[in-house]
Design a protein around this ligand. Structure first.
Ligand SMILES: [Mg+2]
Length: 177
C-alpha cells in the first residue's frame, strides 16, 4: 500500500485568503514556494500527494463546483508545466457546516482518498495550518504536521513554523518520514 502526504489547500498550497474568505478567481491563487519544495521532496521519497480542502464557498454560492474544479485543473497545470510535479488527487468538501461527513475536522476526504488509491493511512501524513486539519488527520489515523505558531500546535505529531522548515526537517530526516 502506498503512503500519502495529505495537504490542506489555503495557507499551505496557496497563500491563505484570510479567515472566512475564499479564493474565487485564479488570479488570486498564489502558490506557496515552500509547498513546491515539500511536494518535490515527498514525491522523491515515493509518497502520493493529495490536497484535501474545505470549500464552503460552493455552499454559499460564491463559486460553482465547475469553477472550483477549473481552478484545481489550473493548479495541476502550473505544477506540471512550471515545476514538473503532479498531485495524485484533489478532494474538496463543498458543503456548509454540520451537514456532511467530509468537512474537516471530519476525516471523510482523507478516507475517500484512501479508498480510491489504497493508501496506508497510519504511514501517511496530514499537513495543515488549522486545528481542524490536525483533527481530521488524527481521525483518519494519520500522523500530523502543524504549520504555524508552535504554541498553537496542540497534539500534532510534528510542528514547524513554515513549509521551508518542514522541507529542511524532511531533508535532515529528523522525525518526519
Ligand atoms: Mg488552511
Amino acid at each position: 500500500m502506498k503512503k500519502c502526504f495529505f495537504f490542506d489547500r489555503d495557507g499551505i498550497v496557496n497563500e491563505s485568503p484570510g479567515p472566512e474568505k475564499y479564493v474565487e478567481r485564479w488570479e488570486d491563487f498564489h502558490l506557496m514556494p515552500g509547498f513546491v519544495k515539500v511536494l518535490r521532496r515527498v514525491t522523491a521519497l515515493g509518497y502520493a500527494s493529495v490536497v484535501v480542502t474545505n470549500q464552503r464557498c460552493v455552499a454559499l454560492g460564491r463559486l460553482t463546483p465547475g469553477d472550483l474544479e477549473r481552478m484545481h485543473d489550473q493548479l495541476r497545470a502550473l505544477l506540471r508545466d512550471r515545476h514538473g510535479l503532479a498531485l495524485t488527487d484533489i478532494l474538496y468538501c463543498p458543503h456548509d457546516r454540520g451537514v456532511c461527513d467530509c468537512r474537516k475536522p471530519k476525516p471523510g476526504l482523507l478516507l475517500e482518498a484512501a479508498r480510491r488509491h489504497a493508501f496506508d493511512l497510519p504511514a501517511s501524513w496530514m499537513v495543515g495550518d488549522s486545528a481542524t486539519d490536525v483533527e481530521a488527520g488524527q481521525a483518519a489515523g494519520c500522523r500530523t504536521i502543524w504549520v504555524g505558531e508552535k504554541r498553537l500546535a496542540g497534539s500534532a505529531t510534528v510542528s514547524v513554523d513554515s513549509l521551508e522548515a518542514l522541507d529542511s526537517l524532511i531533508a535532515a530526516g529528523r522525525g518526519v518520514v
